[in-house]
Design a protein around this ligand. Structure first.
Ligand SMILES: Nc1ccn([C@@H]2O[C@H](COP(=O)(O)OP(=O)(O)O)[C@@H](O)[C@H]2O)c(=O)n1
Ligand SMILES: [Ca+2]
Length: 492
């Protein structure tokens, strides 16, 4: 007679099958219940109405996880054709009109069923700050025109306004640190350097700054359970386009009909209009009396002389604080790494100087010396596709950036390599827009979100192992019911 296998009794077979099915079902449920639902996204749109141009950015994030950091990404951007909205002061309706193409693009980019719940913001920066200063009713009319266009869109328009310099600086800092995942992890933060056409911002956290000295430069944040005392300052008129005006104003004080400008290339000449040059609050008070209508702007390409003119637009004479950058503005000791974006990037990228680990401050000076001295016709041939206005100004812009960083903000040969010239971080543009939207949509919580004690994978493993152990203990507990197997020798 064959020995009977105790596992082959109907009771144990049924129990085993039920047990196996139960374990498989348990593990499947554990794995599936945490799988993200069919990804649904939410969207937000921000228009950056800068002094030189307007850009539209579309952001996207998973609908279920609004509060998780590092999840909001830029999915699309659109550059508005034409100049910045502040240039439409004489024909405000054109400012509204100019946004139409990008708004049409946005309608195609955001799924239709999300249109009505997608917030839409417009933030204007230094160009509108200057227009508002110069002619506030013209600035109001420009806003009215853009608001009319944006209200007609299917999105949830949340308003158009001028950002303060502080907001512009602080939100640029939030963007950089959010995209780098530094806020949620409580890591050392990166400072933000933003160079626009009409203003420039510097923002960083310094151990030596708690906001008590010069409180107007302080912005405090509580983000993910960490407190930050941010130092920030925006210098109106120190964007690169207004700084160029100020440097040219410096050279045209004699109201001459011709200037030889070391910041432009040898062989470059252009006729400029005095009234156009001085048509900005950054220089208007200095317009020389009895100047002719135009002057000839001739380049002589000399970096050192150019830097001397650039330096003269900074004022270093008075400082009522423990330390200052320039124009009597307080600035604590520089600290940590910095990300420099917008025009910092465009200019340094053109000059092939973005990698500060290879290009020291000394190399930058050498490069600018030879670049500024390059004859204009040679450059035109070398860069036939670069817009003439941009090409003509890179010598000035490079010299201005170097001077602003070293003389203005006190970067030295030692800490210059702490600066990284960046355009994008993980696919999203560096700039104030993302930080602005995160703030207005309350997407960065003040306190750290509760995280599960165990990661999901460990949770599934432990539940599975426990289930198997319990199942076998159960089978063992049924031992008394097992049929006895005969140990006696079989007698035939
Ligand atoms: N491809 C580009 C785009 C912009 N830019 C410059 O970047 C600056 C952008 O300033 P902006 O329009 O944001 O002006 P703000 O309102 O920020 O002062 C302007 O000086 C542009 O000329 C550039 O150099 N290259
Ligand atoms: Ca800007």
């Amino acid at each position: 007679m064959k020995e009977k296998n105790p596992w082959h009794t109907p009771v144990t077979i049924i129990i085993t099958v039920i047990g196996v099915i139960a374990i498989v079902a348990l593990v499947t449920v554990a794995v599936l219940q945490n799988r993200p639902l069919l990804q649904k996204y939410k969207y937000g749109i921000v228009l950056d109405a800068g002094s030189s141009h307007t850009a539209l950015y579309i952001y996207e994030w998973p609908a279920e996880k609004d509060n998780n950091t590092g999840r909001v990404e830029q999915t699309h951007s659109c550059k508005v054709k034409g100049p910045g909205i502040s240039s439409y002061a004489a024909a405000p309706w054109k400012a509204g009109e100019s946004l139409r193409d990008c708004m049409r693009e946005a309608k195609l980019q955001v799924p239709k069923k999300r249109h009505h719940e997608t917030p839409l913001y417009l933030g204007a920066t230094a160009g509108m700050r200057l227009l508002n200063k110069e002619d506030s009713s013209a600035s109001d009319l420009v806003f009215k025109a853009v608001e009319e266009t944006l209200q007609k869109s299917p999105f949830s328009f949340q308003g158009a306004r001028i950002l303060s310099g502080q907001e512009e600086g602080a939100f640029g800092w939030v963007t950089v640190n959010y995209l780098d995942d530094r806020l949620k992890q409580g890591l050392e933060t990166t400072g933000a350097l933003d160079l626009g056409g009409a203003s420039t911002q510097i923002s960083f956290v310094s151990d030596n700054y708690d906001g008590s000295e010069s409180p107007s430069n302080a912005v405090t944040f509580r983000l993910y359970g960490n407190d930050y005392n941010l130092y920030t300052h925006s210098f109106l008129c120190y964007g690169k386009d207004q700084a160029l005006r100020m440097t040219l104003a410096q050279q045209t004080q004699g109201s001459s009909s011709e200037i030889s400008d070391p910041c432009f290339h040898p062989g470059y000449t252009d006729t400029r209009n005095y009234s156009v040059l001085y048509d900005s609050p950054c220089v208007s008070s200095r317009k020389p009396q009895g100047a002719p209508a135009t002057f000839i702007h001739r380049g002589i390409g000399n970096f050192q002389q150019c830097q001397a003119f650039v330096k003269s637009v900074f004022n270093f004479t008075h400082c009522k604080y423990s330390r200052c950058s320039f124009n009597g503005v307080f600035q604590p000791l520089l600290q940590g790494p910095f990300g420099a974006f917008s025009a910092y990037y465009f200019v340094m990228n053109f000059l092939n100087l973005t990698d500060t680990s290879i290009h020291s401050l000394e190399t930058v000076k050498e490069k600018l010396t030879s670049y500024c001295a390059t004859p204009w016709d040679q450059l035109r041939q070398r860069y036939p596709d670069v817009k003439i206005k941009y090409l003509a100004e890179y010598c000035f812009s490079g010299t201005y950036i170097l001077t602003l960083l070293t003389e203005g903000y006190n970067f030295t040969s030692e800490n210059y390599s702490n600066i990284k010239f960046i355009k994008k971080i993980k696919g999203s543009d560096a700039g104030w827009t993302l930080g602005y939207m995160l703030n207005l949509t309350n997407m960065i919580p003040a306190e750290a979100p509760d995280t599960p004690i165990l990661p999901h994978a460990s949770y599934v493993s432990i539940v599975s192992i426990m289930a198997i152990v319990i199942f076998f203990l159960f089978i063992l507990s049924l031992r008394p019911l097992w049929p006895r197997c005969s140990k006696q020798p079989q007698i035939v």
